[in-house]
Design a protein around this ligand. Structure first.
Ligand code: ADP
Ligand code: MG
Length: 728
C-alpha cells in the first residue's frame, strides 16, 4: 500500500513537460477553423440561403424548413472536408455536463451502395430519450420523448469526427429540460425591456445585447496521484486530507511564473480553443497552489456560455495528454481557496454603446445611470433568488468560507459611484452628469470622477461588484453552467426595466424633459437601495451577516432551503410574467435541483464511509500493530522500565484507538442517517436530510485528518495534500 503511494509520487514528480506542436500559422489564421461561422456560411451556402440564415440569426426569425435542407447541405460539404463521419445534437441538460448522441452520416443510397446523408430535418430536430435526463417528473418513462431543436444563433462546430449542433432540449409537452432554453428567453426579455429606454437616447438602436465574459478557475492534479484518490475520482474533491505545512500562506503562486508542464497544457488548450472560435485572452496562476484561471474576450451571452461549456469539455481531454486531470469542483481541497467562475456581465446596444459604463457626454451618462441603478434595484429585489441561482452541493463549500463571496448577495459600487449616487439625490433632477476633467466643473454638475474609468478599486469579498464598465457576478461556481445565473439576472433586470419605463412614461406624459423625468423616477429607487443592497465593506465579517439580516437581505446558508426561493410567489411572478419559466417548469426544476443535491451528498457519504473503513482504519491499525509489537518487545527486554521507555508509543496506541473508534462510530451514525433519509419520498425533505448528512461528513473527516498527522508516513495509503498540490 505505502509502496504504491511512494511509487506514484515518484512517477508524478519525474514527469516532463510535453512539446506542444503549435500549428505553423498564426492564431488568427486558424481561429474558428472548426466552426461553421459566417465566413464558412458565405463560402458553402447559396446567397439566398445565406441571407435567410443570417436574418434568422440576427433578427430571431424562425428558420424556414425549406432552407434548412440547403443549410444542412452546405454544412455537410464543409464537415466532410474535415473528416467528419458523425453528427450530434449538443445540448445542456440539467446535469453538470453537456449531452450528445452521435449518429453516423451513413445511409443506403438505394442503389446498393452507401452515401453520406444529412438533411434539414436532422439539423433542426431530434428526439432523444428525455427520461434519461433529470426532468423533475415532467416525463414519465413511458412517455419519454424529448426534443432537441437547433439554436441557429450558436454556430455548429466540429469535435474530432463529429459535427456538433447546439440545441435546446425540451419535453414533449414543451417544458424546458435544459439551461439554454430559459437563458434564451431571459435574454430576449431583457433586450425587449431595455430597447424602448435606449431608443429614447438613440432612435437608431434596434437591439440590446447581453454580454458575458467568464473567468474559469480550475485545479490541475497529476493523473497518477488522482487515480490513487478514490474521493477525487468519484466526487471531484478530497473528502479527507490534512492541510500541507505549506499551502497558500506565502502568496507565491498568484500571478507567479506558470510551471512548464502547466504552460504546455495551457498552450495546447488555447490552440484548441482558438480552432473552436473561443477568443481566449488571459491565463494565469490563481491564489491556491495548482490553481489556474483563463478568460476569453467577452461576447454575446448565449454564445459565450456555449463556449464555456465547450471548453470545459475540451479541458480534460487536453489535460490527460499532459498527464493532468482538471478539477472543476468548487472546493477540491480543504483549507485553501476554492474555484469560482466570475461572470462579467453587461448590456450593450447594436449601435455599439456599452450601457454599464459612463459615456462621452451628460446624456449618455444619464443612460448609464438609468441602467446602473435599475440593475442594483433588480439585484436587491431578487437577491435571494440570485443566490439560489448559484447554489449547489458543490458550490456550498465555497460560499461563506473566508475566500469567496459570502452567502449573502450584495453589490459593491466603489467609492466613486457611491458618491455619484449620493450627489444625485442632492441636486435637482435634470442636473447634467459629466465625467470630471472632461467638461470642466460648472455649478450643479454631478461628476463621475475621471479616475473611476480605470478604477482598480476591487473588493474581493463582494459577490456582485461593479468594475467600471460591467458587473461581475462572482458567486458563480467553477463547475456551474453560467446560464443558471445569467437567466435569473437577466429576468430580474428585465422586470425592473419594465417597471422603470412604465413610471418614466408617466412622468414624460406629464410634460417633463427626459433628463428631469428620468431622475424623478430614479431618485426614490436610489434612496431605497443605497443603504440596503449596496455594501462596500468586508463581506466575510460576522458583523455583515447581522447587518445584512437587519437590512432584509437573504442570509440563508442551506442549499435545499435556497432552492425554495425559485417558487416563492415573487419569483413565480417574475418568471411567468416574462415567459421565462412556467410554474410547472419551476417546480420540476426544483425537484431536479434537490435530487442532484441529494445524489451528490449521497455519493460523498458512501465514498468517505468506505474509504474510512477500507483505507484509513486498516492503515491506522497496521501501524498500531507495529507499535504494539514494539511495546511488547520492550516489555520483554526491560520489564521494569518499559512503561516509561515506551511512553510515546503507548500514547500513540491510545490515540489511534480512540480516533479509530470515533471514526467508526461516526460512520455508523452517518450510515443510519442515510438509511432514514433514503426512505423519504419528497425531494425537498430528502435534500434537507442530506444537508444534515453533508455536515456530518466534516465531523468524520476530522479524526481521519488527525490520524494522518500521527500515522507513519510510509503506511498512509493516500497521496497527501503536499503531494497533490505541489507536483506539476
Ligand atoms: P479580472 O480578473 O481583473 O476581473 P480578467 O481579465 O481575468 O479580469 O477577466 C475579465 C473578463 O471580463 C474578461 O472575460 C473580459 O472580456 C470581460 N469583460 C470586460 N469588459 C466586459 C463587459 N463590458 N461586459 C462583459 N464582460 C466584460
Ligand atoms: Mg474578474
Amino acid at each position: 500500500m505505502s509502496k504504491m503511494r511512494f511509487d506514484v509520487v515518484q512517477e508524478a514528480f519525474k514527469k516532463k513537460a510535453l512539446e506542444v506542436s503549435a500549428p505553423a500559422s498564426r492564431p488568427s489564421a486558424y481561429f474558428g477553423e472548426l466552426v461553421f461561422n459566417r465566413d464558412k456560411m458565405r463560402k458553402y451556402l447559396d446567397v439566398k440561403v445565406y441571407d435567410a440564415l443570417i436574418d434568422c440569426i440576427d433578427n430571431g426569425r424562425p428558420l424556414d424548413l425549406a432552407i434548412a435542407d440547403d443549410v444542412a447541405d452546405g454544412m455537410k460539404e464543409w464537415a466532410l472536408e474535415h473528416g467528419v463521419t458523425h453528427i450530434t445534437h449538443w445540448f445542456q441538460p440539467l446535469t453538470d455536463v453537456t449531452a450528445e448522441k452521435h449518429d453516423s452520416l451513413m445511409e443506403y443510397d438505394r442503389k446498393g451502395g452507401m452515401i453520406e446523408s444529412f438533411n434539414g430535418k436532422a439539423l433542426i430536430q431530434q428526439e432523444p430519450d428525455a427520461s434519461s435526463f433529470p426532468n423533475g417528473g415532467i416525463r414519465a418513462t413511458f412517455e419519454a420523448r424529448g426534443y432537441t431543436a437547433w439554436d441557429p444563433t450558436s454556430p455548429v462546430f466540429i469535435q474530432d469526427d463529429t459535427l456538433c449542433i447546439p440545441t435546446i432540449f425540451i419535453s414533449y409537452t414543451g417544458e424546458a429540460l435544459d439551461y439554454k432554453t430559459p437563458l434564451k428567453k431571459a435574454l430576449k426579455a431583457v433586450s425587449d425591456a431595455a430597447l424602448p429606454i435606449c431608443k429614447l437616447f438613440d432612435p437608431k438602436v434596434r437591439k440590446v445585447i447581453s454580454y458575458l465574459g467568464w473567468e474559469q478557475e480550475y485545479f490541475l492534479v497529476d493523473e497518477d496521484l488522482y487515480a490513487a484518490r478514490p474521493d477525487l475520482m468519484l466526487t471531484g474533491r478530497t473528502l479527507m486530507g490534512h492541510a500541507s505545512s505549506k499551502n497558500q500562506q506565502l502568496d507565491d503562486h498568484y500571478f507567479g511564473a506558470i510551471p512548464t508542464r502547466v504552460a504546455a497544457f495551457m498552450r495546447d488548450l488555447e490552440i484548441e480553443g482558438y480552432k473552436l472560435g473561443i477568443p481566449l485572452k488571459t491565463r494565469h496562476n490563481e491564489v491556491a497552489p495548482n490553481q489556474f484561471e483563463f478568460a476569453p474576450i467577452y461576447g454575446e451571452c448565449n454564445l459565450s456560455n456555449d463556449q464555456n461549456q465547450m471548453i470545459m469539455n475540451v479541458m480534460n481531454r487536453i489535460a490527460r495528454k499532459h498527464g493532468f486531470v482538471v478539477l472543476l469542483h468548487e472546493k477540491p481541497f480543504d483549507g485553501i481557496n476554492g474555484s469560482g467562475k466570475h461572470n462579467n456581465w453587461s448590456l450593450g446596444t447594436d449601435t455599439g454603446t456599452l450601457l454599464m459604463g459612463p459615456g462621452k457626454d451628460a446624456k449618455s451618462n444619464l443612460q448609464f445611470i438609468i441602467f446602473f441603478v435599475n440593475v442594483l434595484a433588480a439585484v436587491q429585489r431578487h437577491n435571494g433568488l440570485l443566490k439560489a441561482s448559484i447554489a449547489s452541493a458543490t458550490n456550498a463549500h465555497r460560499l461563506g468560507g473566508n475566500e469567496a463571496p459570502p452567502a449573502i448577495v450584495s453589490a459593491f459600487l466603489g467609492r466613486a459611484m457611491t458618491d455619484v449616487l449620493h450627489k444625485l439625490l442632492e441636486v435637482p433632477s435634470g442636473t447634467p452628469i459629466e465625467i470630471a476633467g472632461k467638461k470642466g466643473a460648472s455649478v450643479g454638475i454631478v461628476e463621475i470622477p475621471q479616475i473611476f474609468l480605470d478604477n482598480t478599486d476591487r473588493n474581493r469579498t463582494s459577490p456582485f461588484a461593479f468594475t467600471g464598465n460591467r458587473f461581475e457576478f462572482r458567486a458563480v461556481g467553477s463547475s456551474a453552467n453560467c446560464a443558471g445565473a445569467m437567466t435569473v439576472l437577466s429576468a430580474a433586470v428585465a422586470q425592473q426595466l419594465l417597471k422603470f419605463k412604465e413610471e418614466l412614461d408617466k412622468e414624460l406624459a406629464a410634460g417633463k424633459s427626459l433628463e428631469v423625468a428620468a431622475m424623478d423616477v430614479l431618485k426614490p429607487i436610489i434612496s431605497s437601495i443605497i443603504d440596503v443592497v449596496c455594501f462596500d465593506g468586508n463581506g466575510y465579517s460576522d458583523e455583515w451577516k447581522k447587518e445584512a439580516a437587519r437590512r432584509g437581505l437573504d442570509t440563508q446558508t442551506s442549499v435545499p432551503e435556497m432552492i425554495k426561493t425559485f417558487t416563492t410567489p415573487e419569483s413565480v411572478n417574475l418568471f411567468t410574467s416574462l415567459g421565462v419559466h412556467s410554474l410547472k417548469e419551476l417546480e420540476a426544476r426544483n425537484d431536479v435541483k434537490w435530487e442532484m443535491y441529494t445524489k451528490k451528498v449521497q455519493i460523498e457519504a458512501r465514498v468517505i464511509g468506505r474509504m474510512a473503513i477500507n483505507h484509513i482504519i486498516p492503515a491506522a491499525l497496521e501501524y498500531q500493530g507495529r507499535l504494539l509489537k514494539n511495546v511488547s518487545l520492550m516489555k520483554d527486554v526491560m520489564p521494569e522500565s518499559y512503561k516509561d521507555q515506551a511512553s510515546v508509543a503507548l500514547n500513540l496506541i491510545e490515540n489511534i484507538s480512540s480516533l479509530v473508534k470515533e471514526i467508526r462510530t461516526k460512520v455508523d451514525a452517518m450510515v443510519e442517517a442515510r438509511k432514514k433519509a433514503n426512505n423519504l419520498e419528497d425531494e425537498y425533505a430528502k435534500a434537507s436530510a442530506y444537508h444534515a448528512i453533508a455536515e456530518s461528513l466534516e465531523a468524520i473527516r476530522k479524526p481521519i485528518d488527525k490520524l494522518e498527522e500521527i500515522v507513519d508516513n510510509d503506511s498512509w495509503p493516500l497521496p497527501k495534500y503536499r503531494e497533490l498540490l505541489f507536483i506539476n
